[in-house]
Design a protein around this ligand. Structure first.
Ligand code: FAD
Length: 368
């Protein structure tokens, strides 16, 4: 039984169902839209694996594995009639010479591993159309990273898993308890009734702490606000889909969309010691809109079609994500913070491996 049907829970349910398990997925939203504060349906879907600044540790391994798995999952889901919209390529811009030098070193390090990252000089960037934000002195292009549309991806995972027998329970999970004298977990549904299972996987994002606290497992999550805008570019603007991929600049991600549109997205961390933000201020939105003052004219003239926000679950005092077998048969897979879309497949694989191993207490440990 999997609790929570964001991209993480759906990935877990899909993989387990594929492997021949009988899976029940519990989420009050059922097949409908996620609640507004959920992360997955707000996400831009960038998969930043090769361009990750570290080259070892758990975070590195999970990212690389997830990128591989998304490639094979895209093929499998496409062959089953559920194609996943995917735009390859990611270009990270450097604001100063030091940042560009670090990018160049990272490219050399990746080359030694046989992985491609390409430093692009300012002259190469200047040739791109439409023109990039002003101020970049260089950039790093990753052809293997890219962008996956989260909503169609979730719909594809859900539809394929349902075709393979996934049971969806449109209800909230209330209390969970270990069934006395049996290797089973009992789950009280918010709408009444109980379900039982030998394996309970918690992938309810910010909903996890309330389910775990009564069991004595305190895993606080901090909600971190993410903002996004969809813009319609002025008629006659060259299509940003001609860029080699999505662009990352000064903490803002720019994702080219079909039909002359562009998504802009950014994370809003509260100042140190301040409570989490619930809403972006007008000034923060304006800064996102004009890329902190570096937006080119064509972007300033664009029309805002849509504004949305969502919450990223950041584990408090622990590296993201939380992958732990808390008790026999009770698995936690949450706190994916800024990379839940990327990390969903490797998370699902970890869950499947724990279930296959069938016993023993462990988590993926080590430095993030
Ligand atoms: C604006 C924005 C942009 C982002 N961009 C990216 C990106 O480019 N790339 C990337 O990899 N990540 C990105 N992220 C982060 C990513 O969205 C999250 O890490 C990811 O969505 C987490 O997925 P999840 O399934 O764990 O949680 P969620 O999507 O939050 O899903 C949790 C689910 O649990 C359910 N639930 C909660 N409580 C209960 C309960 N008691 N019983 C049953 N169900 C329950 C909820 O209804 C919800 O459907 C972005 C996030 C935001 C906000």
């Amino acid at each position: 039984m999997v609790i929570g049907a964001g991209v993480v829970g759906l990935s877990i349910a899909w993989l387990l169902q594929h492997q021949g398990h009988r899976v029940t997925l519990v989420d009050p939203t059922g097949t409908g839209p996620q609640p507004p504060q959920a992360g997955s349906s707000a996400a831009l879907g960038l998969l930043m694996a090769r361009i990750y600044r570290r080259s070892s540790g758990r975070g590195w391994r999970l990212r690389q594995r997830s990128l591989e798995l998304w490639t094979s999952w895209r093929q499998q889901l496409g062959a089953a009639g559920h194609p996943l919209p995917w735009r390859p390529g990611l270009l990270q811009l450097a604001a100063d010479a030091d940042a560009f030098a670090a990018q160049t070193r990272l490219a050399a390090e990746r080359a030694r591993r046989g992985l491609t990252l390409q430093p692009l000089a300012a002259e190469t960037l200047a040739a791109l159309s439409p023109c990039l934000p002003s101020g970049a002195v260089g950039g790093l292009f990753s052809p293997d990273d890219g962008q996956l549309d989260p909503l169609p991806a979730m719909a594809a995972l859900r539809a394929d898993a349902i075709e393979r027998g996934l049971e969806l329970v449109a209800n909230g999970a209330g209390a969970i308890e270990r069934q006395a004298g049996a290797d089973r977990w009992r789950l009280a549904l918010a709408g009444g009734g109980w379900l039982q299972t030998p394996w309970l996987v918690l992938s309810a994002g910010l909903g996890c702490p309330a389910l775990l606290d009564p069991l004595g497992h305190h895993r606080p999550h901090v909600p971190v606000l993410g903002q996004a805008l969809e813009l319609q570019l002025p008629a006659g603007t060259p299509d940003p889909c001609q860029w080699p991929g999505s662009v990352s600049w000064g903490g803002v991600n720019l994702v080219p969309r079909p039909g002359g549109r562009l998504w802009l997205g950014a994370t809003l961390e509260p100042p140190a010691g301040e409570p989490p933000l619930a809403q972006a201020s007008a000034a923060e939105l304006a800064s996102l809109r004009d890329l902190g003052g570096s937006a080119p004219d064509w972007l300033r003239q664009a029309t805002v079609l849509r504004h949305w926000q969502g919450l990223r679950a950041r584990p408090h005092g622990a590296p993201a994500p939380l992958l732990e077998e808390l008790e026999p048969g009770l698995l936690l897979a949450s706190g994916h913070y800024r990379n839940g879309v990327l990390l969903a497949p490797a998370t699902a694989e970890w869950v499947a491996e724990r279930i296959a191993a069938g016993s023993g207490l462990s988590g993926i440990s080590g430095s993030p």
